[in-house]
Design a protein. Structure first.
Length: 120
């Protein structure tokens, strides 16, 4: 596969992932709209707890979107075509589809995780 084709495929994967995550984020944001404020203290506490959980989920979702934007920027401006940041081998497109922000191949990611486990 030619480099430009690979870059185009990676861009497509990232744009699709961005669209999906953006839709999830919009649904979360819409669900945060506070409605009824009446009820007893237990009802209000439950609504507040639910709201905090949704806010946390919204923030995690936003972090995913930011990571996808950075990956897209890396591809668009830096010419990254999916090589592993550690060993330089091309990351399989299936891995990029599954983990669009990954910059390590499976082998290097496993080594990284093993090293991190050893530090704990």
């Amino acid at each position: 596969m030619e480099n430009s084709d690979r870059v185009r495929q990676i861009k497509t994967i990232l744009l699709q992932a961005l669209a999906q995550e953006g839709n999830k984020n919009k649904k979360l944001a819409d669900s945060l709209a506070f409605g009824e404020k009446s009820g007893d203290i237990a009802d209000m506490a439950t609504r507040e707890k639910d709201a905090f959980e949704k806010i946390g989920e919204f923030q995690r979702q936003q972090e995913k979107i930011n990571s996808l934007h950075l990956a897209l920027l890396r591809v668009t401006e830096g010419g990254w075509n999916g090589e592993c940041g550690e060993c330089g081998e091309k990351i399989p497109l299936k891995r990029i589809e599954s983990y669009p922000t990954s910059d390590l191949c499976v082998g290097c990611q496993s080594l990284k995780e093993e090293k991190e486990k050893g530090r704990k």
